[in-house]
Design a protein. Sequence first.
Length: 207
Amino acid sequence: MARQARTEEEREDRMRAIRAAALDVFATKGFAAARLDDVARAAGIAKGTIYLYFRSKEDLFEAIVKNTIGASLAYIETAVAASPAPASLKLRLIGRAIAAALEDPDRRRVVHLILSEGARFPALAEFYHREIIARGMRLVRAVVAEGRASGEFLSDEPARFPQLIIAPALVAVVWGAVFARIEPLDVPAMIEAHFDLLTRSLTGARA
């Protein structure tokens, strides 16, 4: 029989354990093939215990996104908002934070799941876009608008196409999943180079 956690700390520990087990199962089996029975077995709990904390497999996946990518994005948003740096350095801060976030294997697995499963599960893709992508694009657009207003940036391309900012993250995830064994990629160095090029283009600075 499933038992509800007695304290908030126990509840958080239980939810954390379920999320970790679920991510392992989703990454191994794929979201479509994974079952909550598999998650319960991996977590060492009764299946009914999962329903004390999560309504469904989809709800569990959304919780994983919020507690991995979402938590990292919240940190980036706070850091950028608090920074007195010019816009070009704020963009670089975003890039470095992305590189640091991708050092975490769980975050990489979440992004890979979205890339591989999102087309088959539109509701999950819409959730990820709303909770992660849209917030990231708003952040980039705000920084670019700041740079344009101050005269630091000569163009607004990253505001029109904020995907330019997150492109290295997607490259890193795909490369890591497919080609890393053949040719390892220095992700922090690649992202630093990307923002060197981007900054020079936006500000008109010479190398």
